[in-house]
Ligand binder design. Structure first.
Ligand SMILES: NC(=O)CCC(=O)C(=O)O
Length: 272
């Protein structure tokens, strides 16, 4: 399997201003591809179109396949690159004709076709998500370039090891995380992501935003972690593009060194 070149777009986000955010992220995606034209995968942060301006979702959330979605799809096709589009604040009409809002990640292949969609399943009460958003109802596994198996998570999701374990058991060799993770929990961010990599013997790549908004100051420190738990690349707390190369073979190599998959005691674990 060929090495995979990754760029995490660790951007700031303008609170409640999708037009500026599309300009900002559009520019950053171009810069990433100019700096490294053979990049295989771009990853954006969580809620990059609106930030956490949840009170104004009625005004600023986008319809399904709205402008932010189109920006990502068109860019993926033009630059022949895979994109995991962080997440977008999205509006949907329910079957009862109510408007509902979701925190949704779209993943595009190199032709601009959507490969997978994932709406955040664990809503984060500390940032009032459960007052405004509906939780997603399914998990998300996907395949990049028909060779690299991945699973998706959004921010708070990384606190739930059952999620990454399930994605890994469904074949994921790579966990892709989009986040708006604030201080003072930088230590949790790094520790949880490293634990997810070590316990599942998988790559973890995580794109966090920087800057401030809605009373939070976001940590940055986007990470590329290998299946042995070593940090291959780490962002600062400033806007930047964090890059790295992952070698998919390392997953089977690490899994053969410590056989945790064979040694699991599924017969004893809690099943609900
Ligand atoms: N946007 C989020 O889900 C933030 C999660 C977070 O900060 C945490 O501590 O968990």
């Amino acid at each position: 399997m060929a090495p995979f070149k990754i760029a995490l777009l660790q951007s700031d986000i303008c609170f409640g201003d999708p037009v500026s955010n599309r300009q900002r992220l559009g520019h950053m995606m171009k810069t990433a591809m100019e700096q490294q034209p053979d990049t295989d995968l771009l990853v954006l942060p969580e809620l990059w179109n609106t930030g956490y301006d949840l009170q104004r979702l009625d005004e600023i959330a986008e319809p399904v396949e709205g402008e932010s979605y189109r920006l990502l799809a068109d860019f993926a096709a033009e630059y022949r690159v895979n994109i995991v589009g962080g997440s977008i604040a999205e509006r949907r009409e329910s079957e009862f004709y109510n408007t509902e809002f979701y925190n949704t990640m779209y993943c595009f292949d190199r032709t601009g076709h959507v490969k997978a969609a994932y709406s955040k399943i664990h809503l984060f009460g500390l940032m009032h998500e459960n007052d405004y958003l509906q939780p997603g109802k399914s998990l998300c596994n996907l395949e990049l370039d028909h060779q690299l198996k991945a699973g998706a998570a959004i921010c708070y999701d990384i606190r739930f090891p059952e999620l990454s374990r399930t994605l890994a058991m469904r074949g994921a060799q790579l966990l892709i995380v989009a986040a708006e993770w604030p201080h003072p929990r930088l230590h949790h961010w790094k520790t949880l992501l490293t634990a997810r990599a070590i316990e599942n013997q998988m790559f973890v790549i995580a794109c966090n935003r920087v800057g401030s908004g809605g009373g939070n100051h976001f940590c940055g420190h986007s990470l590329i972690i290998d299946p042995w738990g070593e940090i291959q690349a780490e962002g600062s707390e400033l806007e930047e593009i964090v890059t790295g190369i992952i070698e998919p073979e390392q997953v089977s190599e690490v899994r053969s060194r410590i056989p945790v998959w064979q040694d699991r005691r599924d017969d004893l674990y809690y099943k609900g």
